[in-house]
Design a protein around this ligand. Structure first.
Ligand SMILES: C[S@@+](CC[C@H](N)C(=O)[O-])C[C@H]1O[C@@H](n2cnc3c(N)ncnc32)[C@H](O)[C@@H]1O
Length: 210
């Protein structure tokens, strides 16, 4: 979460009332086991974007335990939509599969593998892409999924401002990742209909024009 906006984000989180038992259990599990999942205020925004876009075919890069997958799959269901989600870690992939089963959703396909290889194998079009995996590969995830994105489709990129390290002092070990993310943001602004949203850990939003 961007520290500068921490209080505003916490205020928003305080307003969100989640009642779904499985979703609450997954939040607890993620906390206990240090699984990074989308923050609650970003999750709300993500669901909202999918809803206003009436997304029918969603691609997620980075499933983890299926938390955001269940949230997105639930909204997509309203529009007879579906979700394809990719996870590299076998243990998380298995947990996500169990959670998808518990959710009763039948519109989610999960893939075990490295998204830098798996996206290239997909042979379908998407109208919404959620990128939420290793930041060092964001450019590659983006380029591969953009090819599969329909006109007017949306790409939603989480954690793009990486704890605010893109504009303030950061630990030296993050030098390469900070430089890469900054170059990625420049590339997106220069070439696409793109905007940054200082929300959560920073969100990048892109709409495909043609
Ligand atoms: C931030 S977590 C995803 C959280 C999930 N979207 C949610 O909000 O519930 C990022 C996940 O991406 C996975 N990941 C990292 N690199 C990946 C890659 N190259 N291909 C597929 N998954 C990857 C990690 O194992 C991790 O579980």
């Amino acid at each position: 979460m961007l520290e500068e906006l921490k209080e505003a984000n916490e205020y928003i989180i305080g307003k969100i009332k989640e009642e779904d038992k499985l979703v609450l259990e997954m939040e607890e599990y993620a906390k206990e086991h240090n699984v990074p999942i989308v923050t609650k205020e970003v999750a709300e925004y993500l669901k909202f974007m999918i809803d206003i876009n009436k997304s029918k075919n969603i691609l997620e890069v980075g499933t983890a335990i299926g938390y955001s997958g269940i949230l997105m799959g639930t909204v997509a269901k309203k529009y007879n939509g579906k979700l394809v989600t990719i996870e590299i870690d076998e243990e998380r992939y298995k947990l996500a599969q169990e959670n998808f089963k518990k959710s009763g959703l039948d519109n989610i396909t999960s893939i075990l593998g490295d998204a830098t290889e798996e996206i290239k194998k997909l042979d379908e079009e998407f109208d919404f892409v959620f990128i939420d995996a290793s930041k060092g590969h964001y450019m590659e995830f983006f380029n591969d999924s953009y090819k599969l994105l329909k006109k007017d489709g949306i790409i939603f990129i989480d954690n793009i401002m990486f704890r605010g390290y893109l504009y303030k002092e950061y630990p030296k070990r993050f030098k390469t990742i900070v430089r890469r993310l900054d170059e990625f943001i420049n590339y997106l602004y220069e070439n696409y209909n793109f905007t940054l949203v200082p929300f959560g850990d920073g969100i990048g939003l892109l709409k495909k024009e043609d």
